[in-house]
Design a protein around this ligand. Structure first.
Ligand code: EPU
Length: 420
């Protein structure tokens, strides 16, 4: 167990490079299960979630090895079609093996993920869609037992909500199904489009990934492939907020600003100066941000995983901001921690009212999930005194070299191991 000690007040300056996206790398790793043989993924981030997904792949019989920034996955001819509770509990994204294993093996046993700090997080849309493809499900002692007695057959599925995970599970199941599938009201996230791009390199016939209607023409088999993970827009966006809240100037490189259009637009509205090229952007923060209202929405709307960091920035704005969280029912635990640092934030249902304060002051805070932790670190970079952020293993799930990168930009931040 580690904690971060952060002394606020230093404006950040310099360049920082972002790594491959967590939420793409995990899906690409699952997608490899669809073809036996050796796949190579470049720009895979060095984060804990990738290590957990390696354990999932190894549990089903694949071998994996790291080669510098790349991950090589060797997929067997006959994978073991199961993901146990220990791994699904550690990481919800393991549920994506359901579609892939059903497609590959005609059956799958995957522990049912429970709720988490964001609310109940059901998987009803995943299951309904897979049923339309011919899958049958039974819940046996907390484990979903899935079968496709007659094989999977393409169908038209209209999602009730553009769920990222449900769209991905359906694509993974559809690529080896008989016939054509059409997924309507599909999620449009760049990470999902990245997974479709790998699958097409493997020989799949997917059209429309990145739009609301995705068409998949089933093929009998796929080949292993080589792919580079798309840059992490959430890591890039978090450094943008860190620059903004400290009133510094940071150039974020190896990223795709196009994937952060809404978030950068809202940062500009707080008074940040932003310039960009195709694969970099630069943020200069204002002395004190202006208030801004925003609502989280599926891509290309404002990303829910940038909401806590943005609220940290708005906590010191000159005025009142209103934020609406539309994706998760219960993403508010970090707010109590920000208030302990002197912020003035209240919630009413899905709405958050942020009354900007002039200064934040340090105190011990818990980062209860990846983005809550990142938001508290951003707040600590501005707060007076030394803030101690605990539960940082959550941050380690999503950010490579977070402390080192912030320190290289001039932050006074140190990781302390609990036993020290
Ligand atoms: N939902 C349902 N039923 C379903 C599926 C989803 O009700 O069958 C609800 C969820 O409970 C949630 C909403 O729909 O309230 C959105 O869920 P979605 O399926 O879109 O999200 P996800 O695939 O579970 C991914 C990311 C999350 C990110 C969301 C939203 C991964 C591994 N996770 O989750 O990332 O917040 O999309 O963009 O890709 C993070 O990286 O910190 C993180 C939590």
């Amino acid at each position: 167990m580690s904690r971060f000690h952060i002394s606020g007040g230093n404006a950040l300056h310099g360049d920082v490079a972002v790594k491959g996206a967590k939420n793409a790398a995990l899906k690409l790793m699952v997608a490899t299960l669809l073809a036996p043989g050796e796949h190579r993924l470049d720009n895979v981030p060095g984060i804990i979630d990738v290590e957990i997904m390696r354990q999932v792949l190894e549990h089903v019989g694949a071998t994996t090895r790291r080669e510098n920034g790349s991950l090589v996955v060797d997929v067997p001819e006959s994978p073991r079609p199961e993901a146990p509770i220990e791994l699904v509990r550690k990481m919800r994204a393991s549920i994506l093996v359901l579609g892939a294993l059903l497609a590959r093996c005609g059956e799958a046993r995957v522990a049912l993920p429970g709720g988490d700090d964001f609310g109940s997080r059901p998987i009803d849309m995943h299951l309904e869609g897979l049923k339309a493809f011919g899958a049958q499900f039974e819940l046996v002692h907390g484990e979903l037992v899935a079968t496709a007695p007659d094989g999977l057959e393409g169908a038209e599925v209209m999602l009730e909500f553009p769920s990222v995970g449900a769209t991905e599970n359906l694509i993974l199941a559809a690529v080896l199904a008989k016939g054509t599938s059409v997924i309507g009201n599909a999620a449009r996230e760049p990470e999902l489009a990245d997974m479709a791009s790998l699958l097409n390199k493997m020989g799949a016939k997917i059209e429309g990934a990145g739009t609301s209607t995705i068409t998949v023409r089933g093929v009998p088999n796929l080949e292993p492939a080589h792919h580079r993970v798309v840059p992490d827009r959430l890591e890039a966006g978090t450094y943008a907020v860190a620059a903004a809240i400290t009133g510094g100037t940071v150039r974020v490189v190896d990223c795709i600003p196009e994937h952060l259009r809404m978030e950068l637009r809202k940062l500009e509205a707080t008074g940040c100066e932003i310039t960009h090229g195709d694969d970099w952007f630069q943020v200069t923060g204002p002395a004190r941000p202006s208030p801004v209202d925003f609502a989280t929405l599926p891509y290309p709307g404002f990303h829910t995983d940038m909401h806590p960091q943005m609220v940290a920035l708005l906590s010191v704005c000159e005025g009142v901001s209103v934020v609406t969280e539309n994706i998760y029912a219960a993403r508010f635990r970090y707010i109590g921690e920000l208030n302990r640092m002197g912020a003035d934030i209240t919630t009413d249902g899905q709405h958050i009212v942020v009354r900007g304060v002039e200064t934040l002051s340090s105190c011990p805070v818990d980062g209860t999930d990846i983005r809550a932790g990142a938001a508290l670190v951003c707040a600590a970079l501005r707060a007076e005194g030394e803030t101690v952020v605990t539960e940082v293993h959550h941050i380690d799930r999503g950010y490579t070299d977070f402390v080192e990168n912030l320190a290289s930009l001039g932050a006074d931040i140190e990781r302390i191991e609990e036993s020290d």
